[in-house]
Design a protein around this ligand. Structure first.
Ligand SMILES: Cc1ncc(COP(=O)(O)O)c(C=O)c1O
Length: 321
């Protein structure tokens, strides 16, 4: 493996590490303050397209090393899409089958991509799944599959799996520390399973106790796939409020308008959760004035064209052949 020439023996060698970090790109035209350096860490540059590559790989390797996979035993996992896409592609490349349980509300693109990546799909109806993004219905159904067919399925369960946190403690945290040369003052991210926030914050706070960790959440009743409002966080065992300084709530539709602006102003083809995170960062930067901030941009816009058409007037018109 050679990260200089970027010639690899398999796709797994491309996964992010301190020696092969996901890129950090500076925000220029949308910079909220001259005195505040702001960077976006582009997690969509990971080989399977999102921040969830990190957790998926750590959870899959752990199952493999414990002898939980193989001989007809694959994976079942509840997912709002990104974890499932990473897990499905990884599992299939290693010869395991994968079943993803998803809420109906996730974008059509994610459902199709899950199938393309090789997952069998259970789509849970909205009734079973009151919370948009990822509902308890999908978690319970995945658990039912795992219990009923122990010989067929292992369930990583990203909501409870410490490997999810450890992945970020071992990779994302050290990457940011090295990429910012320890100068980071503010970390901006959002909350899904909370593996990202808990893992990075644990690593960076140990080196820089006064680092500000800001979580950005969409307003309740939101439509930003992959994310949870704090009122929906009970389900994540990985949420640790002591590692977060501020939670900024952003009107969820702003996620879409800011994502569009990032695409059209910065050349960053950022998805809606990145738009949401940018807006929260902007509000804190206007408050704190000076600093060195890093935003985690979880994935890009390609999986959200149908959501964008719903939330951005004008995008949907004139698309018929
Ligand atoms: C699209 C997407 N996937 C996943 C996540 C959540 O990451 P985690 O599950 O580690 O909290 C986010 C959070 O920002 C996200 O926006």
């Amino acid at each position: 493996m050679n990260h200089q020439t970027r010639v690899y023996n398999d796709i797994f060698e491309m996964l992010p590490t301190e020696e092969n970090p996901s890129p950090m790109v500076r925000i220029n035209r949308m910079s909220p303050s001259q005195d505040f350096l702001l960077y976006a860490k582009l997690e969509w540059m990971n080989p399977f397209g999102s921040v969830k590559d990190r957790a998926a790989w750590a959870m899959l390797l752990d199952l493999e090393q414990r002898g939980e996979l193989g001989k007809g035993r694959g994976i079942v996992e509840p997912t709002s899409g990104n974890t499932g896409i990473s897990l499905a592609a990884m599992a299939r490349a290693r010869g395991y089958h994968m079943r993803a349980v998803v809420p109906n509300k996730i974008p059509l693109e994610k459902k199709v991509l899950l199938k393309i990546a090789g997952a069998e799909l259970d789509v849970v109806s909205d009734d079973l799944c009151p919370a948009p993004g990822l509902g308890d219905g999908s978690i319970n159904l995945a658990k039912t599959h795992a219990k009923a067919s122990r010989d067929k399925y292992a369930m990583p369960n990203q909501y409870e799996n410490e490997k999810n946190v450890e992945a970020h403690f071992r990779t994302t945290g050290p990457e940011i520390w090295r990429q910012t040369e320890g100068k980071i003052t503010h970390l901006f991210l959002s909350l899904g399973t909370c593996g990202t926030v808990t893992g990075i914050s644990r690593f960076l706070r140990a080196r820089k106790p006064d680092l500000k960790v800001i979580a950005i959440q969409p307003t309740e009743g939101h439509d930003v796939p992959g994310l949870r409002n704090v009122t929906q966080l009970g389900v994540s065992k990985l949420f640790d409020s002591s590692l977060i300084d501020d939670i900024v709530e952003v009107e969820y539709r702003t996620a879409y308008t800011r994502a569009l602006e990032l695409c059209q102003t910065e050349g960053l083809l950022a998805g809606p959760s990145s738009g949401l995170i940018y807006e929260g960062a902007r509000e804190i930067i206007l408050r704190d004035k000076a600093g060195f901030g890093v935003m985690i941009f979880p994935d890009n816009i390609f999986k959200y064209t149908s959501n964008m058409m719903k939330h951005i007037p004008g995008l949907a018109s004139g698309n018929q052949a």
